[in-house]
Design a protein around this ligand. Sequence first.
Ligand code: SF4
Length: 282
Amino acid sequence: MTVVATAGPIADAIAAGELPGRVWLYSNYHCNLACSYCLTESSPRSERRQLTPELMLGVAGEAAALGFTGLGVTGGEPMLLAWLPDTIASMAEHLPVVVLTNGTLFVGDRIKRARPLARDGVAVQISLDSHLSDVNDMARGPDNFAKVVEAVPQLIALGVRVRIATTTAGPLDDPALEPLKELVLSLGVAPEDHLVRPIVRRGRADERGLGVAAVARDIPSELTITADGAYWGSFGPTVRAGRLDTDLLITRTVLPLSVPANALLSAVRGLPPGNDANLGIR
Ligand code: SF4
């Protein structure tokens, strides 16, 4: 991995804890599932709003040079993009990458597609919401549970670092999550790689009245790059009633990355971030 030594306002702000170190990229918005609480209203029919491999690699290189410390890739379902595993591997030459996936596209023979992800600096984060298949599948779709419990041990056997993310409507420390924690451990995932997080009331979750309401200050101010511009936080570029939310959009410019990074830093400091986005975050 090549991490260029950096100095400058972004590196300083990250070192001071003023700005989070991770940059998120929404590789695409379409998905093979249509989960009940999806922030982006993703489904097989969603508009793709896709990034290119070149743009993602450009963001990775510039993020490292500016002083960011990690990358995240999410969607939609990133693994619907055939080129994504190779691009993730190349991005990891610059900074550690975590890629979020529903895990359902690794079953059977398709596990081979994950080979580029079996390397240092890459973690694959897979969603699993319950130890009960019917409860899990009610929110996430038929056979989701079976596909995930099949894929996780195979990914680990391939040498991929796997994390599990559980999204819950209940308390994060709910004792009812214990059987799920035991299941995750039995699949070969370490307890520190099992994240439990709340449903955030944006996107489809908002339409259905699910989860916790959040304003900008409740959302980690991680720089988030999409085909439509740069956002405050990975919970920013959500879709509701078919329309992209712009309340957390900070600028339409994504490269050079210094433009959205400095705009975000200004917004975090309570200053006007620029004039090419309709800001409603303060
Ligand atoms: S929550 Fe994830 S897996 Fe479910 S529909 Fe949305 S993008 Fe797809």
